[in-house]
Design a binder for this molecule. Structure first.
Ligand SMILES: Cc1cc2nc3c(=O)[nH]c(=O)nc-3n(C[C@H](O)[C@H](O)[C@H](O)COP(=O)(O)O)c2cc1C
Length: 214
């Protein structure tokens, strides 16, 4: 079975960063991706301007080229630069598990059935906080909705921003005018191997929530 039978709350709590369990042997139909995007586009966005642009790459040669960029971006990490996405866990075993999973994705990303690159107009560099809040706040919900829609259909993805380290090179490969668009990240897309994903650890609400003042 590829289409899991999940409640809304189950989709919210079990949509994981899928890396090892992406099935690279199975093609993903474009119609299915377009269906997921249709759903994602119902997400809120600033003044409903729909400024986003979306590129899905499913040409195997191009996927391979972008996959190579992904690996190069990971290579930069390997040579010692720490990244915030992997440094926010106090448990080093957890961190090791995460890194192992991250490199497992890098190993096979060149063979993904599809990759998604969402774009927002303008360069993030130099934007004020107000402008940045509007920019990121007009795309993140849609991307997450897309990932939830994938999950409900038996597919998975992984939010990956490491590719921003190779944004210029990726822009050149895809013909994106670098000065005019900022890439949100690169999202591998595939059916998942099995559909049983679990709830993840998060800090408890009581630890991070305050009422009425900081
Ligand atoms: C902004 C952001 C950037 C991320 N970048 C990467 C990345 O470049 N590579 C990667 O393998 N995972 C990346 N992740 C996935 C996170 O590591 C993952 O969401 C986190 O470990 C929690 O796991 P979960 O989503 O399965 O609960 C990113 C996630 C977010 C939200």
């Amino acid at each position: 079975m590829t289409q899991p039978d999940l409640t809304f709350d189950e989709i919210l709590t079990t949509t994981r960063a899928v890396r090892k369990r992406l099935d690279i042997s199975r093609k993903v139909p474009r119609a299915l991706l377009e269906e997921c995007l249709e759903l994602a586009f119902q997400a809120p966005n600033g003044s409903n301007k729909n400024l986003w642009r979306w590129i899905i790459v499913d040409d195997p040669d191009m996927v391979a080229k972008l996959g190579a960029e992904y690996r190069l971006a990971m290579g930069i990490l390997q040579s010692g630069q720490q990244t915030s996405m992997f440094s926010d866990t106090s448990d080093s075993r957890e961190e090791a598990k995460l890194l192992e999973s991250a490199y497992a994705l890098a190993d096979k990303i060149e063979q993904m059935p599809a990759l998604l690159i969402p774009l927002m107009p303008g360069r993030a560099e130099g934007k004020s906080v107000v402008e940045q809040a509007a920019m990121w706040g007009s795309i993140v919900q849609a991307v997450w909705s897309f990932m939830l829609a994938l999950r409900s259909r038996g597919l998975g993805s992984c939010w990956a921003t490491v590719t921003s380290r190779r944004e210029k090179e990726i822009a050149a490969l895809l013909g994106i005018p670098y000065e005019d668009y900022t890439q949100v990240g690169m999202f591998p897309i595939a059916y998942t191997i099995g559909t049983d994903f679990r709830k993840a650890w998060r800090k408890p609400v009581a630890e991070v929530l305050r009422y009425n003042r900081f």
